[in-house]
Design a protein. Sequence first.
Length: 170
Amino acid sequence: MFARFSKTRDLVHRTAHGLTPAQLQYRPDASRWSVAENLEHMTIVEQHILAGLTRTLDKTPDPSKKPAMTDEQLLANFGRVVQPITAPEPLRPTSRWPLSNLLSEFDAARQRTIEFATTAADTKELRHYFMPHPLFGELDCYQWFILAAGHSERHCNQCATIKASAGFPL
């Protein structure tokens, strides 16, 4: 889990490294987010997941409960989500931060997630706490950490498509 956090953090940095403001804000069409909007969304989602996990781990564990899918199924299903998913309003980008702060905001959110995950893994049995996901059903907290890292990777892949589009500024 922790290796995925580092790997996807590095991927986010490689995705945004060296992009000009015009490149960060470029949208291939009106229905698609820019790289900057993807970066903002990744940060917001990371913060949202962490807040939910914090509340969840304050509840009573349920060792008898099982997640809706295995880790392998989660990773496979997450990787198959190729259609754009409409993000709920609170998770949509709104230019909360200046372009120059996008990576530092992401880094701060990711660092808080890693610190929380480290403490939680040392003190709680993450497989005994559950939180629902709107697409995948009830997931245990360990799976939510897997999902947080995977979410960044998914959006970096979307950013790669944006950067490869014909109208992307040089």
